[in-house]
Design a protein around this ligand. Structure first.
Ligand code: ZN
Length: 489
């Protein structure tokens, strides 16, 4: 390839040239959501980051197999293998089947992703659909001597593992420090060491989500599913594993240990992590009351929000920062992004309508090459956006009649803008926000209620007037026995 792509590998802590194992194929695994609630801004950042990578890899010619899982079992309320399963808890509180909770929030997640113009992955495996694969993986780890059974549960033997293999390289944690920070075992504990993590947990009698296994009726540990599903669909060694930086430890560190224990080698060639979003300078968290869901953003329905923001404004806001930098959310920052996006989209519309001249009076430069160079430098989307803003100057000069562009130059410029804005950054313009839709529905229903009233009062002049007005606006009204129905023509 002419211009190589460099990505930052969290394991080696440096930028490395991306060379897939089996070109033109490239494998990408990203940790997906645990579906027990609505997606928030943090979910959007991970999804948009790896959507950008997926789009770019595809654009430069790779056939990408993109696997993003759905965690629907095994993620406990407390990360240290304790507490209730997050989904089972939600199901208990809402008096639903756990799979109803899973389906409900998976549907809502998919809808949010569509609103953000995040492309669906090639495969979206569910943890609960891969219990057999996970049991087989536990067997391999047990056979290799890196796990032990205790009272029907199976734990990873971290102490034994760490004597033979490095542990903590990805997250930079030192095992001795971790031991000194961990709580003492109280003698009742099934684990040999506090940091051993669950591969299989025996289910308590009241636990609903349970499967048969050689050890007990129970359920798999959270870290296990990603090792089982990534290697099942991408092979025992695969190209890229992505996720949020909050997953570095313990989740991804445990994934590495599981692969080395079961397969004798690491599975991942490039680890990539997106940074976190802070809210007004503070960490985002449910308990802090500053974890705003995407639906709340789109409807403006949260005390932290001055008003609603469109999905594209959120997407652009995320892409305006490099994925490895933190982003601080504030209404001001988001409104500035919204303005920038509007300027960019309007500039593109102007470009599409520019007349071609015989000759170009201005050099359009190598904006396309600059954008590619920025993307090849570890997906530097803010730099791409800066180059695109620079190019707007030329577009406006031509539009104002101060400069001219030949048909060929015009075509080249259009090609660059559409490729980067739409195909790679994934921006699209006219999606009405939920708020706009609500407003439209409210106003039309209000007008039609007035028309009903006018008719009831035999004020036919007013009722006809409203109907004609609706017709002119392209709204079709059908009278029904018990009211009316309307649709946009
Ligand atoms: Zn994962």
């Amino acid at each position: 390839m002419e211009h190589p792509l460099y990505v930052y590998n969290s394991l080696s802590r440096r930028k490395e040239q991306f060379v897939p194992m089996n070109p033109p194929h490239a494998g990408l695994y990203v940790c997906g959501p645990t579906v027990y609630g609505d997606a928030h801004l943090g979910h959007a950042r991970a999804a948009v980051t790896f959507d950008l990578l997926y789009r770019y890899l595809s654009y430069i010619g790779y056939k990408v197999r993109y696997v993003r899982n759905i965690t629907d079992v095994g993620h406990l309320v407390n990360d240290a293998d304790a507490g209730e399963d997050k989904i089972a808890r939600k199901a208990r509180l809402e008096q639903l089947e756990p799979m109803e909770v899973v389906q409900h929030f998976t549907n809502r997640y998919h809808h949010n992703m569509q609103q953000l113009n995040v492309l669906p992955p090639s495969i979206e495996p569910h943890a609960s659909g891969h219990i057999i694969d996970q049991i087989q993986l536990i067997r391999k780890i047990l056979d290799a001597g890196y796990a032990y059974e205790s009272n029907g549960s199976v734990y990873f033997d971290l102490d034994r593992y760490a004597k033979k293999h490095p542990y903590g390289t990805l997250s930079g944690r030192v095992l001795d420090d971790l031991y000194s920070q961990s709580r003492e075992l109280d003698g009742q504990d099934e684990k040999r060491f506090p940091l051993d993590f669950a591969l299989w947990k025996k289910a308590l009698p009241e636990h609903i989500m349970r499967w048969q296994s050689p050890w007990s009726d129970g359920f798999p540990g959270w870290h296990l599913e990603c090792t089982a599903m990534s290697t099942k669909y991408l092979g025992e060694t695969f190209d890229i594993h992505g996720g949020g930086m909050d997953l570095l430890f313990p989740h991804h560190e445990c994934e590495i240990a599981q692969s080395v224990a079961a397969l004798g080698h690491e599975s991942v060639r490039y680890w990539m992590h997106n940074n976190m979003i802070t809210v007004n300078g503070k960490k985002m968290g449910k308990s802090l009351g500053n974890s705003v869901t995407l639906n709340e953003f789109f409807e403006g329905a949260h005390p932290l929000l001055e008003r609603a923001y469109s999905p594209m404004a959120i997407r652009f806001f995320i892409l305006q920062a490099h994925y490895r930098s933190t982003i601080d959310f504030s209404n001001g920052a988001l409104q500035a992004s919204e303005k920038g996006l509007q300027r960019l989209m309007e500039g593109m519309k102007t470009l599409d309508n520019l007349p071609a001249s015989k000759n170009s009076s201005i050099d359009i430069g190598d904006i396309g090459q600059k954008c590619h160079a920025a993307m090849n430098d570890d997906l530097n989307s803010p730099m791409v956006i800066a180059h695109l803003f620079d190019g707007l100057r030329i577009i406006h000069l031509v539009n104002d009649g101060k400069e001219t562009l030949s048909a060929a130059d015009l075509q080249r410029l259009k090609e660059v803008y559409h490729r980067f804005v739409e195909d790679i950054l994934g921006m699209n313009s006219d999606q009405p926000s939920n708020r706009q839709t609500d407003l439209l529905n409210g106003l039309v229903n209000f007008m039609l209620d007035m028309r009903q009233q006018a008719k009831a009062n035999k004020d036919f002049a007013t009722s006809d007037n409203i109907r004609n007005m609706m017709n002119r606006l392209g709204i079709e009204v059908k009278d029904k026995k018990d009211g009316f129905e309307w649709s946009i023509k």
